[in-house]
Design a protein. Structure first.
Ligand code: XMP
Length: 317
C-alpha cells in the first residue's frame, strides 16, 4: 500500500528534472488519462505545457463544449481545434469499420501535427499511457492479429521529433482516478467513462451522416441521463448507444411506422480487456426504452446487448 500524496510530490519533482526548461505538448481528449496527465504536468511546469484539443465532431452531445469548460476551470493552456467538418467530409461514404478507424486516425494525426508545429520549440509529447496500455502493446508482437486498430487521441507517428513523456505508465485506471481527485481534476472528468478515439463514428454503423449522428446523440443522451438518475453511472465501466443500419416495423397510435433500431450497451470491466454486460434493473431499461421511442424521431425499437467480451468486443466496430 503506497501513499498517493508522496507519489504526486515525487512525480512532480521528476517531471521538472526531466523536462528542464523545455516545452511540452499534449493532446487532450476529454478522457480521464490525458486530462489527469495534463493536470499533473501542469502542476510541475505550468504554462510550459501546451495542450491541444482536436474536436473530431464525433463526440457526444455537447461534450466538446463541456470538456473545454472543465479544462478552463483547471487552468490548462488549451488550443481548441474544431475539425468536425473535415472529419465528416473524410468519412463520407465510408462504411467498413477498419477503414473508418484508419481515416480518423490519419486525419487526426494530420490536424494534430499541423497544430503542434505552431508551438515553437516544443521538445516533449505528453501521453496518458497507463500500465495496462504498456502491457498490451508489449503483447502485440509480430504476427499478432489486429482485432481493432485502436486510435489513441494524442498518439502520433514516430517521425515527429518529440520525446515522449508518460508519467502515468505505472498506474492502473483506478489509481489514475484517485490521483486526479487529489490534484483537483473536476469530478465529471475523473469519473467519466472511457470513450474511444474514433468516437461516435464506430457507434453509428454503416455510413456516417449528420442526420444519423443527430439521432444517435439524442438517444445516447437520454440513455446516460437515465443511468445517472438511477445512480448507476459509477457502477458501469462504459455505457453507450449504437445506431444500427436496420429498419423495423412498429406502430404508433393507429399508424404503421418503419424506423431505425437502436442498440444499448453497458458493461462492467476493470481494464476494457474483458467485460461483462451490465445487469440493469428492468424498470430502468423500461424507462430508457420508452423515452427513446417517444422522444427520438426516427427510432421505433430499442434492444439491449447481452454479450460479454469475449466473444464480443466492447464497441460494435
Ligand atoms: P474493444 O471494442 O476493443 O474496446 O473491446 C476496448 C476498450 O477500448 C475502447 N476503444 C478505444 N479506445 N481508441 C481508444 O482510445 C480506440 O480506437 C478505441 N476503440 C475501442 C473501448 O471503448 C473500450 O473501452
Amino acid at each position: 500500500d503506497w501513499d498517493l500524496g508522496d507519489w504526486v510530490e515525487n512525480a512532480v519533482e521528476e517531471i521538472r528534472e526531466t523536462v528542464g526548461q523545455d516545452k511540452v505538448i499534449c493532446g487532450l481528449s476529454g478522457g480521464v488519462d490525458s486530462s489527469v496527465a495534463a493536470a499533473l504536468v501542469s502542476k510541475a511546469i505550468g504554462d510550459r505545457l501546451q495542450c491541444i484539443f482536436v474536436d473530431t465532431g464525433m463526440m457526444r452531445d455537447k461534450e466538446a463544449e463541456e470538456v473545454m469548460e472543465s479544462y478552463r476551470a483547471m487552468d490548462l493552456n488549451v488550443i481548441h481545434v474544431d475539425a468536425s467538418e473535415r472529419f465528416l467530409k473524410a468519412l463520407e461514404g465510408v462504411t467498413e469499420p477498419e477503414k473508418k478507424r484508419k481515416v480518423i486516425g490519419e486525419l487526426f494525426v494530420r490536424v494534430f501535427e499541423a497544430e503542434s508545429s505552431k508551438v515553437s520549440d516544443a521538445k516533449w509529447l505528453l501521453q496518458g499511457t497507463l500500465y495496462p496500455d504498456v502491457i498490451e502493446s508489449g503483447h502485440k508482437g509480430k504476427g499478432a492479429a489486429v482485432i481493432k486498430s485502436h486510435h489513441n487521441v494524442g498518439g502520433l507517428p514516430d517521425d515527429m521529433s518529440l520525446k515522449v513523456l508518460e508519467p502515468l505508465r505505472d498506474l492502473f485506471k483506478d489509481e489514475v482516478r484517485a490521483l486526479g481527485r487529489i490534484i483537483d481534476v473536476p469530478e465529471d472528468i475523473v469519473s467519466r467513462h472511457p470513450f474511444p478515439g474514433p468516437g461516435l463514428a464506430v457507434r453509428c454503423l454503416g455510413d456516417i451522416t449528420v442526420e444519423k449522428l443527430d439521432i444517435l446523440r439524442k438517444a445516447d443522451r437520454i440513455y446516460l441521463d437515465e443511468i445517472r438518475k438511477a445512480g448507476l453511472y459509477n457502477d458501469i465501466w462504459q455505457a453507450f448507444a449504437v445506431l444500427l443500419p436496420v429498419y423495423t416495423v412498429g406502430v404508433m397510435g393507429d399508424d404503421r411506422t418503419y424506423a431505425r433500431v437502436l442498440a444499448l450497451r453497458a458493461i462492467t470491466s476493470s481494464d476494457g480487456m474483458t467485460a461483462e454486460w451490465f445487469r440493469f434493473p428492468n424498470e430502468v431499461l423500461d424507462r430508457i426504452s420508452t423515452r427513446i421511442c417517444n422522444e427520438v424521431q426516427g427510432v421505433n425499437r430499442v434492444v439491449y446487448d447481452v454479450t460479454s467480451k469475449p466473444p464480443a468486443t466492447v464497441e460494435w466496430e
